[in-house]
Design a protein around this ligand. Structure first.
Ligand code: GDP
Ligand code: IMO
Ligand code: MG
Length: 502
């Protein structure tokens, strides 16, 4: 049923995009896979292997970090492209191609922009060491150091993989420029990190200089280059031709607006612009070329993985610390899976664990527990300024059976007097706008409105009118509050568990 309505929704559209309005992990993978039926080309333009996008087909989960989520449609001739804005890690792409091959999918139509900046082992090393002090809780995939190098004009690009001499010269020069950082590193700590398979399993370690340049050159310009050579394209040229041929293009975002380097919660961000503007640019397009944007939000709860402010988090600071402490999915399941109902009637930290178990909220990249809390409408409205008014709600099935739903519609400021955006904030002030300044946001307490919940299973519902009234009330409230239009409601991980509302 969703297929016909989706066709109608996208009638006359040529370029559409999927982005997240929260802190990531909202189901971009599911939606992109579903829309790949409609699209001819699927392009990723931001982030790198920090992303973890899940596609669930007939109960089997595929998780992709770099390869676009349209890849399961490769066999139907769909073209999947890694754009120029992607932090390109050849090891990850090759590994993902291998996993697909084992699953019986021989990828033929993958394309890679020759201009994407290259993740190298030193980006992962610096990321992993730096995060021990900064406590952002990065994914350790080298993202921050790579984009920093890009902006300071110190990066290698995909094209360099195919010119060994140029690759070696650049690598030598850039590593030399990092000498003062590398010289100060603890050799033993560096060696231990370099033993990780993500960084060459020790092959790139040199006891004197930390990095063995020749080994890196060999691996990247022979082994990796040989496996990727046939996929390389000039992105802009390729897309110009596709547009001339009236091809339908789908852009796949990564992370979420609240993690964006431009608009996200300060200090606890990723390093690319995860909004539609950054995505379009990273795909070699302009934002105004995009005809329709699917702005996703989880409902009626939300999650964050890694540190940073999250006003509606169940269990607040205690939950942030608990989730950072390294509790595993297996440990939580074993301890609590049989007591979800009990947990829901206990303190907020326990309720947060219950939400995590109900929504299976564990990082697709790192396996870390995702912090959970109620849907924050101030944050959603803020993100929609950048991603537009068309909303997709996912995970709507998760809170079935809960006693009541709470939506955050205001904050109470509880911090010291401070000047913010031309106004003075003092303790006790009620505010109705989101504040991306993390130091201030940490002092914002949520104010809630409560709503009736439902007990009917939603996972088999195919059309909007069939949804319980309690769900429809919430949908309408969110539309009114945000001035948005909710066109898609997801009630399960599978393609079929999707409701289109036009
Ligand atoms: P992404 O990073 O935005 O692609 O999202 P992730 O893949 O990291 O996390 C979303 C998780 O929720 C995945 O495990 C999906 O299979 C699952 N999922 C997506 N949509 C729904 C939904 O509507 N209901 C439920 N229960 N799970 C969903
Ligand atoms: P997808 O695309 C959720 C978070 C990390 C950390 C911060 C910085 O699956 O939604 P980074 O490694 O990027 O330097 O980490 O950003 N983060 C994500 N959180 N989903 C993601 O991607 C994320 N990618 C990065 O947890 O807090
Ligand atoms: Mg994810």
């Amino acid at each position: 049923m969703y297929k016909e309505l989706l066709q109608e929704l996208l009638k006359d559209k040529k370029i559409v995009a999927v982005v997240c309005n929260q802190w990531g992990d909202t189901g971009k993978g599911k939606l992109v896979d579903l829309l790949s039926d409609w699209a001819d080309l699927i392009v990723r333009g931001t982030g790198g292997a920090n992303a973890g996008h899940t596609i669930s087909v007939g109960g089997q989960d595929f998780i992709f970090h770099l390869i676009p989520s349209g890849i399961l449609h490769d066999q139907n001739g769909k073209i999947n492209i890694l754009g120029r804005g992607v932090a390109f890690d050849p090891r990850v792409v090759i590994e993902e191609l291998e996993v697909l091959k084992i699953a019986g999918i021989e990828v033929k139509n993958l394309k890679i922009s020759h201009q994407a900046p290259l993740i190298l082992p030193y980006h992962l090393l610096i990321d992993r060491i730096a995060d021990k002090n900064q406590k952002i809780g990065t994914t350790g995939r080298g993202i921050g150091p790579l984009y920093a190098d890009f902006v300071s004009r110190h990066s290698l690009f995909v094209n360099d993989l195919f010119n060994p001499q140029v690759f070696k010269e650049k690598l030598t020069k850039f590593l030399n420029q990092k000498k003062s950082i590398l010289d100060n590193l603890d050799r033993e700590q560096a060696k231990e990190i370099l033993l990780h398979p993500h960084l060459g399993a020790g092959k790139f370690f040199d006891p004197e200089n930390i990095f063995d340049i020749d080994e890196i050159v060999k691996k990247y310009t022979t082994e990796y280059a040989d496996q990727l050579r046939d996929f390389i394209i000039n992105l802009e040229e390729y897309l110009n031709q596709a547009k001339k041929e009236n091809k339908k293009i789908l852009l796949e975002g990564a992370q979420g607006a609240l993690l964006s380097i431009d608009y996200g919660t300060t200090k606890f961000q990723t390093s690319s612009d995860c909004t539609i503007a950054g995505l379009a640019k990273g795909c070699g397009l302009r934002e105004r070329e995009v005809d329709y944007i699917f702005g996703i939000a989880k409902a009626f709860y939300m999650t964050r993985v890694g540190n940073g402010p999250f006003p509606t988090e169940l269990g607040a600071k205690e939950s942030e610390e608990y989730c950072a402490a390294g509790h595993s999915k297996e440990e939580e399941k074993e301890k609590y899976a049989s007591q979800v109902d009990d947990l829901l009637s206990k303190d907020e930290l326990s309720q947060g664990i219950a939400f995590r178990l109900l929504g299976r909220e564990y990082g697709a990249t790192t396996g870390r527990p995702r912090r959970t809390g109620w849907l924050d409408l101030l944050a959603l409205k803020y993100s929609m300024q950048f991603n537009g008014r068309h909303l997709t709600l996912t995970k709507v099935d998760v809170l079935t059976g809960i006693e009541k739903i709470k939506l955050c519609t205001g904050y109470k400021y509880t911090g010291p007097e401070i000047f913010y955006a031309g106004r003075k904030l003092k303790t006790g002030d009620e505010i109705d706008y989101f504040i991306p300044d993390s130091d201030i946001l940490y002092h914002c307490q949520p104010l809630y409105q409560e709503f009736a919940a439902w007990s009917e299973d939603l996972t088999g519902i195919k059309s909007y009118p069939e949804l319980p009234n309690a769900v429809k009330n919430l949908v309408e409230f969110i539309e009114n509050y945000t001035q948005g239009i909710i066109n898609v409601i997801s009630v399960g991980p599978d393609r079929e568990q999707t409701i289109i509302k036009i």
